[in-house]
Design a protein around this ligand. Structure first.
Ligand code: BG6
Length: 532
């Protein structure tokens, strides 16, 4: 397989971080990181098997990892290296981009997978890890640069960070060679105070420039394409503001339920699981001003400005502007599926929301008065993540006046998944003697134009190894997102009726979500069925 070119060529940071993160080589113009060892905490878990190792394997097969690359898995379960490799092999067979597993590549790759068991708060375990990394680097079985990946449940984050600090593995500072960096999974905290605590602990052990807070949505090609659409084309930016845009809709709809993660989801709900992170990133990319450059600080500066411009939804206003729902039993794809309260690990009287719809405003010059409608839910009618920009209607003269008008306004839709692409709705004349006008949809599909894109985790692991933080969340960004979401969470707790409305699995959420837009004379964008 030929290497996949990186789509956004990011400039080195203005702060000179590039000096310690210079890639060691290139293959066909594609950057390959310096030799490094990936240390995965939580290596016996599902994320490692389903996402991380298949992504790393695909990068390896594409020649995007240095030959000295190695993985050291660290987790609490006791297992042999052979058992560890065998478990990961099934993950690669099932989830890698490769159509079938090539035995020779696998054997070469597998020889670089190692495993250690230990507790996350045990100094002797971390001493042993340090010794192993140093020995491996000396003997050429690994590299001295280390990328730590926290793939554990969030309850273990603090212990691991403290142990990395105390054992000297964190090597605080960016001018230090060999480097060490840390990738930390979401959820980053469960409210503003816990996110701040986590940031404090993280930044006591590491420098902010060593920290890579991951949100896999930012690794999706189509999410990155929002910036390209907006800033690599001259025709959109002049229209991208309150003068021309009537409103914006963002939908993240999933068909899956909680997939065996009941206990986690009970604590999270849709607000923490999707709105605070994935949806805030989408919103920022759609609404932000052009950054000064495509470097990490400039892009993230603009995203933070959007988050800080969000009009707060105080707890007492949550009942009006926010709709919460919870799915009950229903049908998806012709199959009966249970309600949320019947899922494993979910309380029979749970009031956790599996659906949220809300209207929000960005109080800045560009977006003054433009409503942004967000909705997300599990067990929805279709799987679909889409952003649609609804332009203002034409004046009520000429074609806009009766009997022809009012005509349907123009809509630009960015489909993140599935059937990734972009479509534009505009009016055309129906051929014939009469002036008959109909809306037409012009469509661009990624799959028709390009070959299969790399998975989000491939891009993100590679970027972290290259030291590029653009697609990772900065400390102030994560805190600004929590600062917006927290009063909503508080309002939900304080609602006289804390029970979310119900909706049948396989539907589009509770009726109140439709009312939210209908009250403003608008409707949720009609959903096109995914291509068969
Ligand atoms: C995760 C959430 O972050 O994103 C899951 O915890 C959700 O609940 C998943 O299902 C959705 O990701 P994707 O890439 O399938 O849209």
């Amino acid at each position: 397989m030929p290497p996949v070119p990186r789509t956004l060529a990011m400039a080195p940071d203005a702060d000179g971080d590039q000096a310690t993160s210079a890639p060691s080589g290139s293959s066909d113009g594609v950057m390959v990181p310096e030799p490094f060892t990936l240390v995965v905490f939580g290596a016996s878990g599902d994320l490692t098997r389903r996402k991380l190792v298949p992504a790393v394997y695909d990068l390896w097969c594409d020649g995007l990892l240095p030959p000295e690359f190695a993985v050291v898995g660290y987790a609490r379960s006791t297992k042999t290296e052979d058992e560890f490799r065998a478990g990961l092999r099934t993950g690669v067979e099932e989830f890698s981009r490769a159509e079938s597993l090539d035995e020779v590549s696998w054997q070469r790759f597998a020889s670089r997978l190692h495993y250690m068991s230990g507790r996350y708060d045990d100094p002797s375990g971390f001493r042993a890890l340090r010794k192993r990394l140093e020995d491996d680097a000396e003997q050429g079985a690994g590299a001295a640069n280390v990328l730590f990946y926290l793939a554990t449940p969030p309850g273990s984050f603090q212990a691991i960070i403290a142990s990395l600090g105390e054992s000297g593995l964190a090597r605080r500072g960016t001018g230090v060679a060999p480097w060490s960096r840390i990738i930390i999974e979401k959820p980053f905290g469960r409210d503003l105070a816990s996110a701040r605590d986590l940031n404090r602990e993280l930044l006591a052990a590491f420098d902010e420039r060593q920290v890579f807070r991951i949100d896999h949505y930012l690794g999706k090609e189509t999410v990155q394409n929002i910036l390209v659409l907006r800033f690599a084309n001259s025709i959109f930016d002049p229209l991208w503001n309150a003068k021309y845009v009537d409103h914006v809709q963002v939908t993240v709809a999933e068909q899956v339920g909680v997939e065996g993660r009941g206990p986690y989801y009970e604590q999270a709900g849709a607000l923490r699981d999707i709105v605070q992170n994935h949806m805030m990133h989408l919103l920022c990319l759609v609404a932000m001003e052009p950054p000064l450059a495509l470097d990490a600080e400039a892009v993230r500066d603009e995203k933070v400005k959007v988050l800080r411009s969000l009009r707060p939804i105080p707890p007492e206003c949550v009942a009006e502007g926010v709709v919460r729902g919870q799915y009950v039993a229903g049908e998806i794809g012709g199959e009966r599926v249970p309600g949320y309260r019947d899922e494993d690990g979910v309380a029979a009287d749970s009031v956790t929301e599996t659906f949220v719809a809300m209207k929000l405003f960005i109080d800045n010059w560009r977006w003054a008065g433009v409503p942004f409608y967000l909705r997300t839910g599990k067990r929805m009618a279709v799987r679909m993540t889409e952003i649609s920009i609804h332009f203002k209607p034409i004046p009520q003269v000429l074609f806009g006046a009766p009997p022809r008008g009012p005509l349907q306004p123009n809509v630009l839709s960015v489909r993140i998944q599935p059937n990734d692409g972009i479509s534009m709705r505009f009016q055309v004349k129906v051929p014939g003697p009469a002036m008959q006008i109909e809306p037409y949809q012009m469509d661009f599909g990624y799959a028709d134009a390009f070959r299969r894109a790399p998975e989000a985790y491939e891009r993100l692991i590679l970027d972290a190894a290259l030291g590029d933080r653009t697609l990772f969340t900065r400390s102030d960004e994560v805190e600004a997102a929590w600062a917006f979401v927290e009063p909503i969470l508080e309002g939900c707790r304080g609602c006289p009726d804390v029970c979310p409305s119900t909706y049948p699995a396989g539907s589009w959420g509770p009726a109140e979500a439709d009312t939210l837009l209908e009250a403003d004379g608008r409707k949720w964008m009609l959903v096109r069925r995914p291509k068969k």
